[in-house]
Design a protein around this ligand. Structure first.
Ligand code: 8YV
Length: 311
């Protein structure tokens, strides 16, 4: 109870409640004088809790010289300066595996929604077009489509397995070929030329910044659909918006954006786009499991036990 923990952002409610009833939690995001808070914790704070979106910058780590653990609520740790953490003996934990199914489910839901225009069809009924204009324009079949996945990690592989059940052909792009039967493309542009749908499922960060480039989106083309459950940074967002608006890219299902929660109006205005508020892991079950791991890693640190999910 007496050990201080610095919390960088609001968390899943029950997780934050338990964190705050177990440790002496200081809410950095709500502090009016952040420098004073850091100074007051400098000699005592060993643990920071953050989220995948908030991450943790080197400057904050430097202000806490006793820092030993950054426990991240989320699998993506690209917003944490891992190089600085490693160089200074600060362990980082995340929440892998527990969210894989939900994130893969949402990727497939966005693919289905984009190809079958589920949201536009809902609007067609809701806004009375069915009565006034009759049947809506035809959509695109999912079966037999070619799906190219950028990043065949845990989540990418779970997406591929689900897509296989829909009778799609599957290929993937990543830094390395994997021991799987799906087709490997070393070049994402070539994969996009082959594909009807490209799904981004890779980690964020410098290595994947803009990997879904203008060239990839142009290769996907006017009949192609792009799904992103990875990070906004993996796609050239201005190019994507421009191509969607002009019809040079057929459609998109997007859970993540540059500068979230701000989504460009130009993107909101495209009717062939399905938007989500970064909610791929947003189920009660998964957020509870993510919270359990986040809390258990903190408890393991203070008890001197091995961390459960070190990055
Ligand atoms: C969460 C995520 O939305 O796990 C990740 O990397 O992006 C998501 O599961 C986020 O971390 C919760 O704030």
């Amino acid at each position: 109870m007496t050990r201080p923990v610095l919390l960088l952002c609001g968390l899943h409610e029950a997780t934050q409640r338990e964190l705050e009833s177990t440790w002496q939690v200081h809410r950095y995001h709500e502090a009016t004088d952040k420098a004073a808070l850091l100074a007051s914790l400098a000699e005592a704070c060993e643990v920071v809790v953050t989220s995948g979106g908030r991450g943790c910058e080197a400057a904050l780590m430097k202000a806490l010289p006793k820092l030993k653990l950054i426990s991240c609520f989320g699998v993506g740790v690209a917003a944490i300066d891992l190089g600085h953490a490693r160089a200074h003996g600060i362990a980082v934990t995340n929440t892998p595996d527990v969210l894989t199914d939900d994130v893969a489910d949402l990727a497939v839901a966005l693919m289905l929604a984009s190809l079958r225009q589920v949201v536009a069809a809902d609007r067609w009924v809701r806004e009375g077009a069915w009565v006034k204009r009759g049947t809506m324009p035809l959509t695109t079949a999912v079966a037999k489509r070619r799906v190219g996945i950028v990043g065949l990690g845990r989540i990418g592989a779970a997406i591929a397995t689900r897509c296989a059940a829909f009778g799609t052909e599957i290929a993937y792009h990543g830094p390395n070929r994997k021991p799987v039967d799906w087709t490997y493309f070393a070049d994402p542009v070539e994969m996009a030329r082959w594909a009807d749908v490209v799904i981004a499922a890779c980690p964020g960060g410098a290595a994947t910044k803009g990997i879904v480039s203008r060239a990839v989106l142009e290769a996907l083309g006017p009949a192609g659909h792009f799904v992103n459950i990875a990070r906004g940074s993996v796609v050239d967002q201005p190019a994507m918006v421009e191509l969607l608006r002009s019809g040079a890219l057929g459609g998109a299902g997007l859970d993540v954006f540059d500068d979230a929660p701000h989504v460009p109006q130009a993107l909101i205005d495209v009717p062939r786009v399905v938007l989500q508020p970064h909610h791929a892991s947003g189920t009660n079950e998964t957020r509870t499991a993510m919270g359990r791991l986040t809390l258990d890693n903190v408890a393991a640190h203070f008890a001197g036990r091995s961390l459960l999910t070190p990055v």
